[in-house]
Design a protein around this ligand. Structure first.
Ligand SMILES: [Zn+2]
Length: 491
């Protein structure tokens, strides 16, 4: 278990559950021991001067894919099924070198830490498949950056082509490497948990069966059973697009949420990511089973998925957290940007303005409400004694904060992640003066350029181009079908 640090963060303007006030924060063994003005601490205790700073809980990114950290700017106007072909490199036959995987992970970790995210859920895909050898550099990079990370083994046991609607999957599937067996996936999961999982600590291992249409029911069941047995985080992508809503109805005569419910798979241990194309019944099932939703607004906008029914989810009592998704559809991994967009976009629905998402709601969705998604339920996301010591500092002279009226509103509607000057994780200062401590920036950038090029070169472009054509035709056909749900903006 990674040892937590002792630290006094003094003189800051602290955003705490009881309100905003000037206070010191005493961190002991990585946790918040006291929050009070003028704490009398031993002279030899490490100090972080927070005077002139707003101190907020560290933000939580509840869904991203570090496997896409080399992919900013690669795609334009591709719907998910077509985009997926490129971003997840389904045609790659050799894994990236360990040094490349390390650089790829560290690059994302620094982006997140320096924009105020202290904890993430990394739904990790690796091509051609995840192994202990490809996982090791991922774990090491987060540990070296000092970031709290829950790493999910992103797995699927159906060929990609067989997961698409209107596809027989046969001819296309034959060109892919066969997916790993259930037994192989579960052995890897148990070995990875044994080796790296720290319950309640800095590194978590969890399970990420890709999506109901990409996994056999046996894989969904086995991964959730292991998650329940060991107290691990379990996430899956659900009803992100119209094509998935159609697939579910076409194959099963029911939505994927109904299907998961029938299999006893909904509950507080399950997190459903995206949930864009939900019916009223789906929302009711999630609320009754206390299943969490991760809302990835920017990714959904970028891929033309439609817009999740955030107000309906919240009104039903579903806990909602926010995730950026991968850099293949959200270049910045900036949770401030995402919180702002989340608080703004849904107001465009009109309706009862007293129910609109507020800045404080949006901040909660990437702090306290998100803690369950990382496996730290109730232990992160608030500045109060007993919580884990994850904090960020934003200068009070940032343009959006002058003059100061309501710090939370001003920071959510007006600050970008680039305003963050310092971050503390587990009682240790990991960002100072806006830079991740101990990371050689020039070396990291050189490795990012080198291995991003290597990563692209490993893909078989001809297969990708062919699938893009197939996916495009499929997309057009599904677009012409009328469904009982609709999450597009239509004039
Ligand atoms: Zn995702």
């Amino acid at each position: 278990m990674t040892a937590g640090g002792d630290l006094l963060v003094h003189g800051g303007t602290v955003v705490a559950p009881g309100g905003v006030a000037t206070a010191d924060i005493l961190l002991q063994r990585g946790a918040i021991a006291r929050v009070a003005p003028g704490i009398d601490a031993p002279a030899d205790l490490e100090r972080l001067d927070a005077s002139g700073m707003l101190v907020l809980p560290g933000l939580v990114n509840s869904h991203m894919h570090s496997g896409e950290n080399f992919n900013p700017g690669l795609y334009e106007n591709l719907p998910l099924d077509v985009w997926f072909v490129h971003s997840h490199q389904v045609t790659r036959t050799e894994p990236l070198a360990a040094e490349g995987i390390y650089a790829r992970t560290l690059l994302g970790a620094t982006l997140m830490l320096e924009s105020g995210t202290t904890s993430c859920v990394d739904f990790l895909y690796e091509a051609p498949e995840i192994t202990l050898e490809t996982l090791e550099p991922v774990v090491q990079a987060y540990r070296d950056a000092g970031m709290r990370a829950t790493i999910l083994l992103g797995v699927a046991d159906k060929p990609f082509a067989a997961s698409l609607p209107l596809s027989d999957g046969g001819a296309a599937a034959s060109r892919e490497a066969p997916p790993p067996s259930l037994e192989r996936i579960m052995r890897l999961a148990r070995d990875a948990v044994e080796r790296w999982h720290e319950p309640g600590g800095m590194t978590g291992i969890g399970l990420g069966p890709s999506a109901p249409q990409r996994c056999t029911p046996e894989l969904l069941d086995a991964t959730l059973a292991l998650a329940r047995e060991r107290g691990l985080v379990w996430q899956t992508h659900v009803l992100e697009t119209k094509s998935q809503a159609y697939t579910s109805r076409h194959w099963h005569g029911a939505s994927f949420v109904e299907l998961l419910s029938e299999r006893g798979m909904l509950g507080p241990e399950a997190t459903l990511v995206h949930t864009v194309w939900l019916s009223d019944r789906d929302i009711d099932l999630m609320a009754r089973t206390r299943t969490t939703a991760v809302h990835c607004l920017l990714s959904n906008l970028r891929l033309g998925d439609g817009i999740a029914r955030l107000h309906a989810l919240r009104d039903a009592g579903v806990r909602v957290a926010l995730g950026t998704d991968g850099r293949g559809c959200d270049e910045t991994l900036d949770m401030f940007e995402l919180a702002k967009m989340t608080a703004l976009v849904h107001k465009a629905r009109g309706g009862d303005f007293t129910r609109w998402v507020t800045a404080a709601d949006a901040l909660d969705m990437c702090t306290a409400a998100a803690s369950i998604c990382t496996g730290h339920d109730g232990r992160t996301g608030r500045i109060e004694s007993g919580r884990l010591g994850d904090l960020i500092l934003v200068p009070l002279d940032a343009p959006a904060l002058v003059p100061l009226h309501d710090p939370v509103r001003q920071v959510v509607y007006g600050a970008a992640g680039s305003a963050v000057r310092a971050a503390v994780v587990n009682g240790r200062v990991v960002v100072r003066d806006g830079q991740t401590v101990g990371v050689d920036r020039a070396r990291l950038e050189a490795h990012a350029h080198r291995y991003a090029a290597e990563s692209r070169a490993g893909e078989r472009a001809s297969d990708a181009a062919r699938r893009e054509t197939d996916g495009g035709a499929m997309y057009e056909e599904v677009e012409r079908i009328d469904l009982d749900v609709n999450s597009y903006l239509r004039n």
